[in-house]
Design a binder for this molecule. Structure first.
Ligand code: PMP
Length: 618
C-alpha cells in the first residue's frame, strides 16, 4: 500500500484499514464477512465495476456517495487566461486514464489556438503521455459565439471539475448551475482541490451533478429531526393536523390529535401577554438594559462628578446628557397625552425606523412589508439590515385596503409592517379603520409613521389606539410641523416593553444636550407652532388650487400633509427647468405608481408665489 496514503490516514485518526478493492470489496462491506465488517455508507471512486457494485449495494440498505465514472474537466477561458496554465490543467485530467475527458470552451479563437499549441508542447514532456494522448483524442476545444452560449453549454454538460479562467470568473460562477467543483481564476488549479485546498476529489461525473452533490464533510453525517409540542402548540396546529388526517381518512392519526386538543381545552388559558417578546430577535432579548452610575445614584444628589472623564469647564455642554431624556419626555407627555414610559426619543424618527429593524428582524431571515409608494428609508434600512422588503402597492388613487394588503404578505417571517399616514409621497391620510384591521389581523409589529400627522384633521392619529394594541408603534417627528428638522429629534410612541427594548438597542446619549434644550424651547412656544401649521394649511389649499389650474397639470392628489403630489406633463423637464431657476421640488417620476409626479412642499407665501410664477411658464 502506498505509504503516503497510510501516513495521511494515520494523521486523520483512521484506526482500521482493509487492503481490499474491486467489486468484491464493495460486496464485503455491504454484507460483512469474517474479516470485513458490514458498513453503513460506502464512499469513494472506483472503476465501472466498482460503480455498478456500489449501485447494487445501495439497494441493500447501504448509502453511497454517488455513481462516479471517468474523470472530466472543463476550462472556461477568455483572453485573461494563461494558455500554459490551461493546457496543464487539461493534461492533468487527461493523464488519469484513456477514458478521461478534458474540454476547453471559449469565445476567443486566439485562446483556442494558443492552448492547443501548449497542449502539444507539454504532452510531449509527460511520462504518462501514452495515456494522456488517448484521453486527448476524446477531448475537445470548442469555440462558441458568446459568453452566454459558454455558460449554457457548461450547464448542459455538467462537468465534474470546472475551471473558470475568465476576467469575471465570480460572476460566471453565479450563473453556473451544474458543475461538481468550481475553480475560479488563473491560480485555482484542479490539483489544489485534489490535494490541499480542502475541497474533495470525489465528485459526480457524466452529468450526474444534476442529482448529486460533491462529497464533503456533510456526507459523513446524518440528520435527525426532533420536536416538542406545548399546549400552545397543540392549540395552534392541532386543527390542521386533524383536518389533514381526516382528508386522508387516517382516523387514528386524527384521534391522536383530537384527544390532546380535548385535554388542552380543559387547561386554564395562560396569559398571552403583549405578544411582543416572541417577535424580538433572540439575541436582543438577552441584552442588559443600559444604565450608568449616575442613574443608579441619582437620588443621592451628587455634586462632584469624577466618573465619566468629562472636562469640568464649559457647563452645561461638558456633561453627558441624561441618556433616557426624562425631562424632555415629561414635557412631550403633557402635550401628547401619552405616558413618558411610552415615548422613545431618537436622532430623528429615522433612528426609530432603523431600531425597529435591529430590534425585531433577524438579518437574512425575517421580512418586513410596507405600502408602496411610501417613504424611502424603510427600504434603505431593510437593505442595510439584510431584511427582505415586500413593497405592496396601494390601490387605485393611492387608497389603502387592509385585506388586500394583508393578503400580499405570504411569509410567516414577516415581522413588521410599515404604514405611512399621511403617506409620503402621496400625501393622503389612510383611514384609521383600515389601520385597525391590520392591527387586528397581522400578528407582528405595526409601525404607523405619522411624521405629517399635525397637518391632518384632528382625531386621525393612530396614537389613540396605543393602549388597545401593544404591537403598535407610532412615529412622530420634530422635523415637520415643529419646524425643527435641524435638531434631529424624532419620537416613537409604543408599549413600554417596546420602548425598553429600543432603549437597550440604541446607542447611549443618542439625543444630544443641545437638541434636548432646543426641543424644550419649542414646547414652550406651542402657539407659534399652531400658527405656522395654520398658515401651511391655508397655503396648501391655495397652492393646490393654483397648480390645478396650470396648463402643465394633469392631476393634483388630495393631501393631509405639508406637501402635495401633482402629476404633470413632463416631470423631469419641469424639475430641471425649476432647478435652473434655483427652485427645488422633489421629482418622484421614477417611484412606483408616480410616473410624471412632482412632490411640492408648502413653503412661505413668498416662496410659493415664486414657484407658481415659474410653473406658469410651462
Ligand atoms: N417618516 C417620513 C414619512 C418622512 O417623510 C421623514 C422625513 N422626510 C421621516 C420619517 C424622517 O424624519 P426625521 O427627520 O424625524 O428623521
Amino acid at each position: 500500500m502506498n505509504p503516503a496514503i497510510l501516513y495521511a490516514a494515520e494523521l486523520c485518526g483512521v484506526k482500521r484499514i482493509f487492503k481490499v478493492g474491486g467489486a468484491q470489496a464493495i460486496a464485503a462491506m455491504t454484507y460483512g464477512t469474517a474479516s470485513v465488517p458490514k458498513v453503513d455508507k460506502i464512499f469513494g471512486p472506483g472503476n465501472a465495476y466498482v460503480t455498478a457494485a456500489k449501485q447494487l449495494a445501495s439497494l441493500c440498505g447501504v448509502a453511497i456517495d454517488m455513481p462516479a465514472g471517468p474523470s472530466e474537466v472543463e476550462v472556461l477561458a477568455d483572453k485573461s487566461c494563461v494558455p500554459a496554465f490551461v493546457a496543464a490543467d487539461l493534461l492533468s485530467q487527461a493523464e488519469h486514464g484513456p477514458d478521461s475527458q478534458a474540454m476547453l470552451v471559449t469565445t476567443d479563437a486566439a485562446v483556442a489556438e494558443a492552448v492547443a499549441a501548449e497542449v502539444e508542447k507539454q504532452l510531449a514532456e509527460l511520462p504518462r503521455k501514452e495515456i494522456a494522448a488517448k484521453s486527448i483524442a476524446n477531448s475537445r476545444i470548442i469555440v462558441l459565439a458568446d459568453k452566454q452560449d459558454c455558460i449554457d453549454f457548461t450547464n448542459a454538460y455538467g462537468p465534474e471539475h470546472l475551471i473558470i479562467a475568465m476576467e469575471d470568473a465570480a460572476a460566471v460562477a453565479t450563473e453556473t448551475t451544474h458543475a461538481g467543483s468550481i475553480f475560479l481564476g488563473n491560480y485555482s488549479c484542479e490539483s489544489a482541490g485534489d490535494y490541499a485546498s480542502g475541497t474533495n476529489h470525489t465528485l459526480p461525473t457524466m452529468g450526474c451533478v444534476r442529482a448529486y452533490s460533491s462529497l464533503c464533510i456533510d456526507s459523513f453525517q446524518r440528520k435527525m429531526t426532533l420536536q416538542t409540542l406545548s399546549a400552545e402548540g397543540i392549540r395552534s396546529i392541532g386543527r390542521t393536523v386533524e383536518l389533514m388526517a381526516q382528508a386522508e381518512q387516517l382516523d387514528a392519526h386524527a384521534r391522536a390529535m383530537t384527544l390532546r386538543l380535548q385535554q388542552v381545552a380543559t387547561l386554564p388559558q395562560e396569559d398571552a401577554g403583549t405578544g411582543i417578546a416572541r417577535l424580538v430577535r433572540p439575541n436582543i432579548l438577552k441584552l442588559k438594559p443600559y444604565s450608568s452610575a449616575r442613574d443608579e445614584y441619582a437620588g443621592k444628589a451628587a455634586h462632584v462628578f469624577l466618573d465619566a472623564n468629562e472636562c469640568p469647564h464649559n457647563a452645561p455642554n461638558n456633561r453627558y446628557p441624561d441618556p433616557l431624556q426624562w425631562d424632555l419626555k415629561q414635557k412631550i407627555s403633557a402635550y401628547k397625552g401619552v405616558a413618558p414610559e411610552r415615548i422613545f426619543l431618537g436622532n430623528g424618527s429615522d433612528e426609530a425606523i432603523d431600531l425597529v429593524f435591529r430590534t425585531f428582524c433577524t438579518p437574512g431571515v425575517d421580512e418586513v412589508a410596507a405600502i408602496a409608494p411610501s417613504y424611502g428609508m424603510y427600504e434603505v434600512c431593510a437593505d442595510i439590515n439584510n431584511v427582505r422588503y415586500n413593497a405592496i402597492p396601494l390601490e387605485e388613487g393611492y387608497q389603502f385596503n387592509a385585506e388586500n394588503f394583508l393578503q400580499s404578505i405570504y411569509s410567516p417571517c414577516t415581522k413588521v409592517v410599515f404604514i405611512c399616514s399621511p403617506n409620503n409621497p402621496t400625501g393622503n391620510l389612510l383611514p384609521l379603520d383600515e389601520i385597525r384591521k391590520v392591527l387586528d389581523i397581522f400578528p407582528g409589529m405595526v409601525v404607523v409613521d405619522e411624521a405629517y400627522i399635525d397637518f391632518a384633521p384632528e382625531g386621525s392619529s393612530a396614537s389613540a389606539l396605543l393602549e388597545e394594541y401593544p404591537r403598535l408603534i407610532v412615529l412622530n417627528t420634530f422635523s415637520k410641523a415643529w419646524a425643527s428638522a435641524g435638531i434631529r429629534l424624532g419620537m416613537a410612541l409604543a408599549h413600554p416593553e417596546v420602548i425598553a427594548l429600543f432603549n437597550k438597542v440604541k446607542y447611549p446619549y443618542n439625543v444630544n444636550i443641545l437638541t434636548q434644550r432646543a426641543a424644550m424651547e419649542r414646547l414652550e412656544h406651542m402657539d407659534e407652532i399652531r400658527a405656522w401649521v395654520d398658515e401651511a394649511l391655508a397655503e396648501r389649499t391655495r397652492m393646490m388650487q393654483a397648480v390645478a389650474a396650470l396648463p402643465l397639470c394633469q392631476e393634483v392628489y388630495p393631501s393631509d400633509a405639508n406637501f402635495f403630489l401633482v402629476r404633470v406633463t413632463d416631470a423631469c423637464a419641469i424639475y430641471d427647468a425649476l432647478v435652473e431657476q434655483g427652485i427645488i421640488v422633489r421629482n418622484r417620476h421614477r417611484i412606483m405608481m408616480c410616473e410624471n409626479c412632482l412632490r411640492i412642499t408648502i413653503g412661505t407665501p413668498a416662496e410659493n408665489d415664486e414657484l407658481l410664477a415659474a410653473l406658469q411658464k410651462f
